[in-house]
Design a protein around this ligand. Sequence first.
Ligand SMILES: Cc1cc2nc3c(=O)[nH]c(=O)nc-3n(C[C@H](O)[C@H](O)[C@H](O)COP(=O)(O)OP(=O)(O)OC[C@H]3O[C@@H](n4cnc5c(N)ncnc54)[C@H](O)[C@@H]3O)c2cc1C
Length: 183
Amino acid sequence: MTDHGELAAQSVLVCVGPSTQAFLEPLGAVIPVDRVPGLLAVTSPTSAPLRRVVHAPGLHLRPDATGGLLLGAEDVDTLASNSGSPVALGELLLERAARVFPVARQLKVADRRIGVRPMPGDRHTIAGRIPGFTNAWMIATHSGITLGPLLGRLVADEIVRAAPSPVLAPFRPDRFLTSAATA
Ligand SMILES: Cc1cc2nc3c(=O)[nH]c(=O)nc-3n(C[C@H](O)[C@H](O)[C@H](O)COP(=O)(O)OP(=O)(O)OC[C@H]3O[C@@H](n4cnc5c(N)ncnc54)[C@H](O)[C@@H]3O)c2cc1C
């Protein structure tokens, strides 16, 4: 069902990110995908642009499309999930950035965004046919930015050309059925 009416399809690919578990449950498929909030702060544009991703102690930073820096940290994600003030947490990230990238001392926090990530139960990508269905597939991953282009191509090959890739073997959704049965 879409906003523009009902579409009939021979095959369906479910890629609804953090909504995966809630979407699949009514269909009887229990695939654990948690919702994990994270906070990213964007700085004002830098005069000396950063050209790579940097993982420093207590901070990861990368170039933002606006010309500023995109800042984040795992412990700050936890604080953001526990109702920490996004403004204060943005300043904390900027303070850490100034320690590892001195140019950041002249910058301000221009924006902060809290996003919700899909996190598979075992933290690894889930990609493949949904257990119990012959014509429905799913992709859920925390690494959608890095892996999206590859996963899209591999799953399209499987759906359209019936060519399953051995690369996806460890990432099939049915691994959760096996662990549930063992437990
Ligand atoms: C803070 C943060 C940090 C991240 N870090 C990384 C990282 O380090 N590396 C990396 O590779 N990626 C990272 N990501 C990306 C993220 O973890 C996911 O991998 C990525 O967003 C998944 O993309 P997606 O298209 O599967 O889902 P989404 O981008 O969440 O898109 C799902 C879409 O489905 C739609 N939808 C939901 N329910 C329904 C429904 N019932 N019907 C129709 N449509 C529906 C939603 O509206 C949405 O448009 C990060 C994201 C955030 C927010």
